[in-house]
Design a protein around this ligand. Structure first.
Ligand code: SF4
Ligand code: SF4
Length: 313
């Protein structure tokens, strides 16, 4: 059953959600980012969050366990949280990350623990939020606990999971609403780029790239990490996982010093091929959700969608 949430009742709804855990939503400070929210007036609901919410699944630095010289100590300090106002691109990043870390034979228990402690509340986009969004060409799916659709003085509210249903059960019922598909002016011309691998235009993008790794840090589906043991002389220490990036030369360095993607153009191409070609060949869906952050946040403003457009003209 679909529900109605009057906009003037949004504050009360946030309070209801807070019974699950701390509510985080898009807040505008120097930029828009997900911050703790206790009042609806703190929310910025008409701009794209600059940072993705992947830190709720994979903190930049995560301690897997500590050791005291004799035994291993694990800590369970993951807190429950509500992520309010997620856009469909970021909700689809959960779909992709869940596929990688929760399905198949190698489930990631650290990921699972954090994921189970999240309640995902979306806000539907009828149009792009800015000129870097291109989600409407990425075949996104519905993937949320709760989704809100702005209908003027109220939100139409739908649940996508039993967890979501619980938190909207008290709202008034209403008739079903079929939202129009999201429209974006920017579109990825094609996800099939295998035949473009040797195209000279890749060099154009790579020549401006500084391998800073900003694009991978900002991408909601880039979860590559490196593991190290930080051990003191007394044998005490911790095993930590920290974000890594395929844009760094050392990323593919192996014992003996060989680097598999020595050239910048190979690293530049790899990110894009991984997102829209290799992942799709394996899972039948793109690993890119069209959030546009890797272009929006690139210090060189390298526009790989335009680059592919040029190659496919
Ligand atoms: S953010 Fe831009 S400059 Fe930095 S690695 Fe990515 S594409 Fe290159
Ligand atoms: S590749 Fe770029 S547009 Fe696609 S999900 Fe990652 S940051 Fe967003």
């Amino acid at each position: 059953m679909e529900k109605v949430l009057k906009k003037k009742a949004l504050g009360a709804f946030l309070k209801k959600l807070a019974s699950f855990g701390q509510v985080y939503g898009p807040v505008k400070t120097d930029t828009v980012r997900f911050e703790p929210v206790s009042h609806e007036k703190q929310l910025c609901l008409d701009e794209h969050a600059w940072f993705p919410v992947k830190e709720f699944l994979f903190p930049q630095k995560q301690v897997f366990f500590r050791f005291d010289g004799e035994k291993i100590i694990t800590e369970d300090n993951v807190k429950k949280a509500v992520l309010f106002g997620l856009r469909k691109c970021d909700l689809n990043a959960f779909l992709i990350n869940d596929k990688l870390f929760l399905e198949g034979e190698h489930k990631d228990l650290f990921y699972e623990q954090r994921r189970n402690n999240l309640l995902l509340v979306g806000l539907y986009c009828y149009h792009e939020l800015d000129e870097f969004c291109f989600c409407s060409s990425m075949n996104l799916q519905d993937y949320h606990d709760i989704m809100l659709y702005d209908r003027g003085s109220y939100y139409q509210v739908k649940a996508g999971t039993p967890k979501g249903e619980f938190f909207i059960a008290h709202l008034k019922d209403t008739e079903a609403f079929v939202p129009p598909p999201t429209t974006c002016s920017l579109a990825l011309p094609t996800q099939e780029i295998a035949h473009l691998f040797e195209h000279q235009a890749w060099k154009e993008g790579a020549d401006s790239c500084t391998s800073c790794g900003h694009c991978t840090n900002l991408c909601p589906t880039c979860l590559c990490f490196t593991i190290s043991d930080d051990v003191a002389l007394d044998g005490k220490g911790e095993r930590v996982a920290e974000w890594d990036s395929c844009q760094y030369k050392e990323f593919t360095e192996v014992a003996g010093g060989h680097v598999f993607r020595e050239k910048r153009v190979d690293r530049f191409k790899h990110r894009i091929y991984h997102k829209i070609q290799y992942f799709r060949e394996r899972f039948d869906m793109s690993m890119c959700t069209g959030c546009g952050r890797c272009i929006r946040g690139c210090p060189e403003k390298i526009h790989w969608i335009h680059l592919i457009g040029k190659m496919t003209q």
